[in-house]
Ligand binder design. Structure first.
Ligand code: HEM
Length: 523
């Protein structure tokens, strides 16, 4: 009798638990997302019909496959690449406009490529009140942890306050000589390749190596060897996370790609260990009084600044410092490398701009070594950078998550809605940029032409917008100009006959088949 009672109650407890799990699954994967979707629909926002549990992923994969069958663009003087990179968004825009809902698995995303809508949305929410999509935060955890890119609310304010001084002009100025040294290493490498009889060099690889070395030295004071170890693992992690269909947003999809997630986690743990060792080493050197490591008159790099804060205020924990190092390692080199890579492509296609920039370099830099004070005077190079970032934005879309209901005119964006802001679409919008939208025309950024002559102030956003705008943009601009000055002073270049134009998204906008250039030394 007693045994029966036990069995009955255990059975009841298990049944209740299963019911609760089932309820949670139905609520999280079906009911809440659908309630949010219906609210958006009531505001007049539509989108492609989703299916359960894939959302629109199957559709996206099919559209991408079909678009890959179209002939490759061989007219390289027009840069109408948006529909190659995001064929599904280009297609849906035609049916649903510039603001619509699409689904990644069971997660609805509000897609925004309307600059006016973006402006209103930005005005409605201060930087610290924006969330970052939980879906992406979990997916990209091995890469960014809880670093600045993913931080929210008061945590974001705390992190941003500690890190901002690293990007003040005085600290940036001191980094120029390290940038010159790393670029000269790359130039020596290329010269050796050319002297060995090979004229063709993959500049995507060279740019990644160079900017990787620069971030390791300038932000962390790291040796080339240790920096290389972190970089190799970051690249492998990027391959594991972004070079395949992983069905992000589909319930339990992690279990379908367990190997890849495990690989990404293993690499993430290895990077954490390398960065933790670096932090401990620096802390120990400081305790032991090794002033070569932290002398008062030496420039303060990002890691010095975090460690000084740790000593005085402990605003960031050791784990948070490791996450920031990882975030800046990746964010600080990949984007700049791609900005430079796409610029070299554009200059190879437009040799007249190579000449114009060389002329400017002659006037501004002459026979001296380029330094931070000269960078501001490289005006035309600034226009070229702006135009390259417009046509080939390294970060082609941004994400946010609403942490409260947001009202944009008559539209209510419900709390927790994921938002994808399609920066590339905005910067390729003929309505704002006119008939020359797909042409490489750096002169559109001449000084009087605010926002590159774009009709809308939110039409040019390669570094993001609002309080969350890129913290490293001044560092990136200085680095871009120093590296490009040294390359242009030493080499002229054209596209290799083996180059295939294939801009593709792999977290960032990359040339999928590399950037082989034929290089001639100028002296
Ligand atoms: C050409 C080079 C670069 C481009 C195009 C670029 C672009 C961006 C964009 C679009 C964002 C997102 C902004 C938003 O969500 O509104 C961002 C954020 C960020 N970038 Fe950059 N970036 C570049 C270089 C750098 C460098 C050199 C560093 C560091 C040394 C860096 C560190 C970061 C960080 C930490 C964030 C997150 C900021 C926050 O959420 O508060 N970026 N960047």
């Amino acid at each position: 009798m007693e045994l029966n009672w036990v069995f009955k109650n255990v059975g009841l407890a298990i049944a209740t638990m299963l019911l609760l799990v089932l309820c949670k699954i139905v609520l999280s994967f079906w009911l809440w997302p659908n309630i949010a979707y219906q609210k958006l629909k009531r505001s007049g926002i539509n989108g492609p019909s989703p299916s359960f549990p894939m959302g629109n992923i199957t559709h996206m994969v099919a559209i991408s496959k079909k678009s890959k069958q179209s002939p490759v663009n061989t007219n390289l003087t027009t840069h109408d690449n948006y529909s190659t990179v995001f064929p599904y968004f280009a297609l849906w825009q035609k049916s649903f406009g510039k603001v619509f809902v699409y689904w990644l698995g069971t997660e609805p995303f509000l897609y925004v490529s309307d600059a006016e809508f973006l402006k209103q949305m930005n005005a409605a929410v201060p930087g610290k009140n924006w969330g970052k999509s939980n879906l992406f935060r979990n997916d990209r955890k091995p890469m960014f942890g809880s670093g600045l890119v993913m931080a929210e609310g008061e945590d974001w304010v705390r992190h941003r306050n500690v890190l901002t001084p690293a990007f003040l002009p005085a600290n940036l100025k001191a980094l120029a000589s390290l940038m010159v040294a790393s670029t000269n290493n790359m130039i020596d490498r290329c010269t050796n390749i050319i002297n060995s009889g090979q004229q063709e060099i993959d500049f995507e690889k060279e740019m990644i190596t160079t900017t990787g070395e620069i971030i390791a030295k300038t932000s962390f004071g790291m040796s080339y060897e240790n920096g290389r170890k972190v970089l190799e693992r970051l690249r492998a992690m990027q391959q594991a996370l972004f070079n395949s269909n992983r069905y992000v947003g589909v319930p339990f999809s992690k279990f379908l790609c367990l190997e890849k997630y495990r690989e990404a986690k293993r690499l993430g743990d290895e990077i954490d260990a390398l960065l933790l060792a670096l932090i401990e080493d620096k802390t120990k050197s400081k305790k032991d009084g090794d002033q070569s490591c932290f002398s008062a008159d030496r420039e303060k790099n990002l890691l010095d600044i975090m460690l000084a804060d740790y000593e005085s205020a402990k605003s960031l924990t050791t784990k948070e410092m490791v996450d920031e190092c990882k975030t800046f390692f990746f964010g600080g080199h990949e984007t700049t490398a791609l900005a430079l890579t796409w610029t070299l492509f554009l200059l190879a296609v437009h040799p007249e701009w190579q000449n114009q920039l060389r002329e400017e370099i002659k006037q501004v830099v002459g026979d001296q070594v380029v330094d931070a004070s000269m960078v501001n005077n490289l005006k035309k190079m600034g226009w070229v950078m702006n135009e390259a970032l417009r046509l080939y934005p390294p970060a082609p879309n941004l994400q946010r998550q609403a942490r409260d209901n947001i009202q944009v005119n008559e539209v209510i964006i419900p709390k927790d809605t994921n938002i994808l802001i399609d920066v590339m679409a905005i910067m390729h919008d003929r309505g704002f940029w006119g008939d020359t939208v797909h042409q490489f025309r750096p002169e559109r950024f001449e000084p009087d032409n605010l926002y590159g002559g774009c009709e809308h102030k939110m039409g040019y956003v390669p570094f993001g917008f609002g309080g969350r705008m890129c913290i490293g943009r001044n560092l990136a601009i200085m680095e871009y100009k120093i590296v490009l000055t040294l390359i242009l002073s030493r080499f002229s270049f054209s596209l290799s006959p083996f180059y295939t134009h294939s801009p593709a998204i792999m977290l960032s906008l990359r040339p999928a088949k590399g950037m082989p250039l034929v290089v001639q030394p100028l002296y």
